[in-house]
Write a protein that binds this ligand. Sequence first.
Ligand code: OXD
Ligand code: MN
Length: 597
Amino acid sequence: MVQLANKSVQTWMEEMIAMCMPDEVVLIDGSEAQLAALREEAVSTGEMIKLNEEKLPGCYYHRTAENDVARVEDRTFICTPTEEEAGPINNWMAPDEMYAKLKALYNGSMKGRTMYVIPYSMGPVGSPFSKIGVELTDSIYVVLNMAIMTRIGQPVLDSLGDNPEFVKCLHAKKDVNPDDRYIVQFPQDSAIWSINSAYGGNVLLGKKCFALRIASYLGKNEGWMAEHMLILGLENPEGEVKYICAAFPSACGKTNLAMLIPPEHLREKGYKVWTVGDDISWLNIGPDGRLYAINPEAGFFGVAPGTSEKSNFNALESTKQGTIFTNVAINNDDMTVWWEGLDKNPPVNATEWKGAKVNGPEYIAAGGKLAHPNSRFTAPAKNCPCISPEFENPQGVPVDAIVFGGRRAKCAPLVYQSRDWQHGTFVGATMASETTAAAAGAVGVVRRDPMAMKPFVGYNMADYWGHWLEMGKKLGDKAPKIFHVNWFRKDDEGNFLWPGFGDNMRVLLWILDRCAGKVDADEVAVGYVPKPGDIDTAGLDISEDDLKTLLTIDKTEWLKDVEDPETGIKQYFAQFGDRLPKEMAEELEKLEANLKA
Ligand code: OXD
Ligand code: MN
């Protein structure tokens, strides 16, 4: 039996052991020797496949069950004591009822298996903003992914000491039965129970379940924020670095923006981008009254398809060692990996993501996909060539701008600035985006995704907006400025109007110039847009007309976005009833009046 100095962890662990009945219990101490032995064991059982040691040192391959390839939002629950606390857009069940249901499923679920006990820290060990969790799991794949995505092992237990406050995370792979799959958060208990899945977002419990759902709840009670935001530092030729946090829904380019390489003429002038995080920000008010961001994670769980030397050189470099690939394709000639969008040479001797040996080019020509659209790499952040020198800074980095964005073919302009924090909160609250493969369900459907937190908020979304407004009051004139971007605007023929990727830097520079009061803007119905000529287009092949379209507000489209009886903002807000902060209703009225003026 594992004996831990922390009595609270020990008591809880023993309770979970009695329920799951594993044959063996192993404490993960974080040592390289222990992780190496687990890798070897996973290879021997076929749970992982070793990749080419010369070309991809320390890299492994894993394939999930075909029915288990994405987050399952319809199986994800927020079990607060009352339904109102979870709010209308979360699935809810009374905690007692859910515990009873789940206990029956977990009962004896680890018989014949080993339970691994993973102490982990979200955030640098010992940072005043970090939080500790312990995940119990019967999956070596989970242990090895957690070892990349978080800080694990003995130093974490030492840092916890005898503190009873930790997040209790239980994962059992069971038989991956989708009908009995549950991803459940109990915010009041700081507990997460996940069963019948082995897909990252459902089982690496430090990520979405803790660092967003539980943490957003903790943040509300403790006066900080947990957000679905990347963090990047933009260095100017004078060597000054300003930090931006940006919230985009899953698979909308956070990893690409966080690691972007500036266009050549800006690089030559000395501009650089530093990555602090690509998915999650924890935001606290620092001693100087400004907002500071830490990245609670230690790795990147990135979407592989579309990642190439051209689209995201730094992400690709990050995957060259110590990385776990999930559901991509294998090139059997040299045991390397491939996915759609990596290059134009799909392997002839390929194994597609479901495990069939195929001729890659022929398979693709027949309409097949070699990699699953939500296939992933789990890569250590320290591999990233542009990882920020501040990555481990326990105090975090000061944030100048917050950027919201989504995938919108119409409506949202390339960039606009909100009038103030309250209006910025409204801009975030009314975000919408076309759905992607990161979650199970239809792809390409417009849905409201406030602050990109729809699947991740651990309590009533209306109260979460209230918390944003409270934070704004505390920050006062030190609050970051809030913007909205849309890289995905299309013309009437369906072509993207903006080149995106590294050229998004041009928009970031306008954003930082606005923060520094260095550039004017045009006030329009939805906020401030750049004046023609203020977005640097040097070397870009973009017509004046297209740029104009990118920056104009189509009032008819916007009014539709407000009033549409199914997807409109009014309809969306109505479901929150009296809990909707009055400030949000005020902003909606203002927007409508501006659009009708
Ligand atoms: C992710 C997601 O994996 O948002 O980051 O789905
Ligand atoms: Mn994400």
